[in-house]
Design a protein around this ligand. Structure first.
Ligand code: PLP
Length: 394
């Protein structure tokens, strides 16, 4: 028969998917569920991007394999975008186009982690980091922030460093708490990583979704020494509402990108050519769509944040970026008679028809994650239901 390897058996099923599957089943039964468990923009891909893809198909440009690292025009366009955004001259041969940012992260972990290497991952973490590290036979080491900011410091990292520490994953703006690291914090972390020869992955996926005057800094832009050992990962999914197109990218030293090209060539080949032409239009076309969507997320955040914070027992730090809120609801759950936050989430879905993700999926089981990538109307109704659910249980 078919025997599954230990490596594959060890992968945890996606907790975010399990919950949204249950929410969808309830919706299929005709139940009016508000789903705040989804991690993607609620907007359609902007029209000019879709039209560029259609034109590429019509012109026959999407019919053949492309180079493994992506079409030259797109790699150049990404290099130009990165140069402009981060103020660091970047060339097309420092760019690899991948099947979402997720495959960039997978390829990079495969490329830098050997068996037994330790990888520092700040809490709370995005669900796939730890699993990808395990797939590379590495060991995830989760780092708990001690400061009230919720962000890890050099002291937190140093407390978890061993001589097997190989890699650090920094995600800012961060999923799930919307934390954004300051330039000073990143400078200190970057200098520390250089001092101890620890490679950094900068997951900058949400770099263009920052609110209320907060500033984005990439650790990658802070010094040439940091750049020598940092791999930047980003993509088009969140910025341009293009999750379905699967376009991500890696920026790294040219020699590393060349190696990555061989890995990509033997795994996914290239990403769908049509998606590359769509991404080319996204990167080179008008950027007003990005700002329009960002403004809507910001308005939703500013409207919902005080309402959610006012619910009994909810402890919430205001997010600065991405499109999630990650309150500690342990008190709320206890007040309502639930011994775990996960039980509270199940009851909330079954009784109040609101789907959120239990924090245990992100390594912090006293929290829940709510996505505000949904309409203001849905958000207002969800908060109303949550409040009513809590009041009824008090
Ligand atoms: N990194 C973070 C922190 C994310 O939240 C996501 C998507 O949810 C990704 C990377 C990967 O996104 P994609 O593969 O769609 O580019």
């Amino acid at each position: 028969g078919i025997n599954i390897t230990d490596k594959i058996n060890a992968i945890a099923p996606s907790a975010t998917l399990a919950l949204s599957t249950k929410a969808k089943e309830m919706q299929a039964q005709g139940i009016d569920v508000i789903n705040l468990s989804i991690g993607e923009p609620d907007f359609n891909t902007p029209e000019h991007i879709k039209q560029a893809a259609i034109a590429a198909i019509t012109a026959g440009k999407s019919d053949f394999y492309t180079p493994a690292l992506g079409i030259k025009e797109l790699r150049s366009a990404i290099a130009t975008k990165v140069t402009k955004m981060l103020g660091v001259p970047t060339s097309a041969d420092q760019v690899a186009v991948t099947a979402g940012g997720k495959f960039s992260l997978y390829a990079v972990t495969q490329a830098v982690i050997s068996a037994g290497d330790e990888v520092l991952i700040p809490l709370p973490y995005w669900v796939s980091y730890g699993e990808q590290v395990k797939l590379a036979a590495g060991k995830p080491v989760f780092v708990r922030p001690t400061a009230a900011t919720g962000r890890v410091s050099v002291a937190d990292l140093e407390a978890n460093r061993t001589d097997r520490t190989k890699l650090l994953i920094i995600n800012s703006p961060q999923n799930p708490a919307g934390l954004v690291y300051t330039r000073e914090e990143l400078q200190a972390i970057g200098d520390w990583a250089v001092e101890h020869d620890i490679v950094i992955i900068a997951d900058d996926m949400y770099s263009e979704l920052i609110y209320n005057g907060n500033q984005f800094t990439s650790i990658w832009q802070l010094s040439a020494a940091i750049r020598e050992q940092t791999i930047l990962v980003s993509g088009f999914s969140k910025t341009y509402a293009m999750t379905g197109w699967r376009v991500g990218y890696t920026v790294a030293p040219q020699w590393f990108i060349k190696k990555l090209g061989s890995f990509i060539g033997h795994t996914t080949s290239n990403i769908a050519a049509v998606s590359q032409y769509a991404a080319l239009a996204a990167a080179t076309g008008p950027q007003t769509c990005v700002e329009e969507m960002r403004l809507q997320y910001e308005q939703r955040l500013n409207t919902i944040y005080p309402l959610l914070s006012a619910i009994p027992g909810v402890d919430l730090r205001k997010p600065a970026g991405a499109f999630y809120m990650f309150p500690n609801v342990k008190k709320t759950a206890t007040m309502c008679g639930y011994s775990t936050v996960s039980d509270f989430c199940t009851a909330l879905l079954e009784q109040a028809h609101v789907a959120v993700v239990p924090g245990v999926a992100f390594g912090m089981d006293e929290h829940i994650r709510l996505s505000y990538a949904t309409s203001m109307e849905n958000l207002m109704e969800a908060v109303k239901r949550l409040d009513k659910f809590v009041q009824q249980h008090l």
